[in-house]
Design a protein around this ligand. Structure first.
Ligand code: NAD
Ligand code: BTL
Length: 482
């Protein structure tokens, strides 16, 4: 890949010093490499976005809606290629890669609709208690936005930022993760195909240096970052230097709470989906399992059996068994070492391991789905985001105790409540300090609902109308009628 950066409507070769290796994690083998952008190219991308801003910001919302619908259709048109690339570069099983495409398509289609409705919302009068004045509201694009994303759901996390930013009238510079630097290039190709005005959407690939240059850039009006807390904190520091806004979608250590009256088989399905989807590499992984005492002795051994039965394998397109796997490898060697370190800590802490507990001895970066029972609340595994298929369980007696345990975390992204008593489930959902709660469900995410965390899991919300508002600036025009 010789020209992997999209700047001012042109494809450019990288001028940075770093080489990014694009790896198939199931084989632990690189299949492409590319040169990162230089910081001068970051400047060029931001300058292009700045130049494109006045026209794009003042374009008719209906025109922006047409482009967004075009993105939705064109992603759908690339479905097979994007599925295969995600399987190959992320190690996702086919059915998971399909869900990501559907999510990206739905996101662009949804924000096309919201953009189409923007004209009606412009200049709406505000009722004032004071006589003698009138006021109306203008919703304006925030400006040039820098979007920095991780590798675990590359197409989706980018769509959640690009679509509302374009709908609002912002121009943007996207920095994909160095682990998955090819997948989001589809957005540049689509921009080309649709004739999106040059500079409205720019993509610069690279590692920390490129992200840092983008987040510190004086010509950026807002940063939206999805990734780790460590880097999110740096991005926020850079934003603070310029007193500009940030949206941060960070890590999690989310709880799934299973009450006595829950059906065991259904609970196992939700628990496994919450920890094995994307091999546990989800910000929203429900990696802390809280089980009520009355069901724990039945549930735990059956859960261990079910985890041992998860079909872990190579999702590679060339593998004839690729349709029959439930879970692929971890997406990178670094992540495999990180998860392996936590499994070693689990051994040192002599945790009660009921399933897995080891990286798998085979080619590729595979880890067995792992379950530790009765994990102490001061264990590192109980408190830290592992980002792998590692589940820590504890028992509880009462509803109040479950809520306290679930809320006892520096994170607050999501939670799942499993209970046949819906009044109880709603009560617990209301008491949880998180941004999204599922009741008796796998982690279904709908574009109309919000996404984002409380506490250390981030600042702001994506998706729904809140995701659009994140790229809008509110202005009031007040007139004296006298
Ligand atoms: N809350 C959410 O919606 C959500 C979604 C997906 C992932 N995540 C989180 O992302 C993390 C995993 O992803 P990751 O390993 O790619 O995260 P990461 O923080 O290492 O990297 C995220 C992005 O930041 C860039 N980056 C690295 N150093 C930078 C710097 N100094 N300045 C600016 N940018 C820099 C990276 O190149 C990458 O593009 C997990 O903590 C996970 O919980 C959160
Ligand atoms: C934000 N989401 C749900 C796509 C992925 C979390 O890691």
């Amino acid at each position: 890949m010789n020209t992997p950066h999209y700047i001012a409507g042109r494809w450019a070769a990288g001028e940075g010093t770093e080489i990014l290796s694009v790896v198939d994690p199931a084989l632990a083998q690189p299949f492409a490499e590319l040169r990162a952008a230089s910081t001068a190219q970051v400047d060029q991308a931001v300058a292009a976005a700045r130049q494109a801003l006045p026209a794009w910001k003042s374009s008719a919302p209906a025109e922006r809606a047409r482009y967004l619908s075009g993105f939705a259709a064109a992603i759908g048109g690339r479905r097979d290629a994007l599925i295969e690339l995600q399987m190959r570069n992320n190690g996702k099983p086919r059915h998971e890669a399909e869900v990501d495409i559907d999510d990206a398509v739905a996101t662009f289609a949804y924000y096309a609709d919201l953009a189409a409705g923007l004209a009606d919302q412009q200049n709406r009068p505000v009722a004032l208690a004071a006589p003698g004045f009138s006021s109306h509201t203008r919703l304006e694009a925030i400006g040039v936005v820098g979007l920095i994303v991780p590798w675990n759901f590359p197409l989706v996390t980018s769509a959640w930022k690009i679509a509302p930013a374009l709908a609002a009238g912002c121009t943007l510079v996207l920095k994909p993760s160095e682990v998955t630097p090819l997948i989001e290039l589809a957005y540049g190709q689509i921009a080309d195909e649709l004739g999106l005005p040059a500079g409205v959407l720019n993509i610069v690939g690279g590692k920390a240096e490129v992200g840092a240059a983008l987040s510190a850039h004086p010509q950026i009006d807002k940063l939206s970052f999805t990734g780790s807390n460590a880097v999110g904190s740096r991005v926020m520091h850079s934003a603070a230097e310029h007193c500009r806004p940030v949206t941060l979608e960070l890590g999690g250590k989310s709880a799934i709470i299973v009450f006595d009256e829950c059906d065991v088989d259904q609970a196992i399905e939700w628990i496994i989906a919450g920890i094995c989807w994307n091999a546990g590499q989800m910000c929203s992984a429900t990696s802390r399992l809280l089980i009520q005492n009355g069901i724990a002795d039945t549930l735990l051994p059956r859960l261990a059996d079910a985890l041992n039965a998860v079909r872990v394998g190579n999702p590679h397109v060339g593998n004839p068994l690729n349709e029959e796997i439930d879970m692929g490898p971890l997406s990178s060697e670094a992540q495999w070492h990180k998860v392996g370190d936590y499994l070693a800590i689990g051994q040192q802490e002599q945790l009660n391991c009921l399933a897995g507990g080891q990286p798998l001895a085979r080619q590729g970066w595979f880890v067995a789905p792992t379950l530790y029972a009765d994990v102490p609340t001061d264990s590192r595994l109980w408190n830290e985001e592992i980002f792998g298929p590692v589940l820590c369980a504890r028992r509880f007696d009462s509803e109040a105790q479950a809520i306290d345990l679930a809320n006892d975390s520096r994170f607050g992204l999501v939670a799942t409540v499993a209970s046949a008593d819906l009044q109880r489930a709603e009560r617990v959902a209301a008491a949880l300090e998180v941004g999204h709660v599922w009741i008796n469900s796998v982690q279904a995410v709908f574009v109309e609902t919000s996404w984002g965390g409380t506490k250390g899991s981030g600042i702001g919300r994506e998706l729904g109308p809140w995701g659009l508002a994140a790229y809008q600036s509110v202005k009031h025009v007040t007139r004296c009628l006298g």
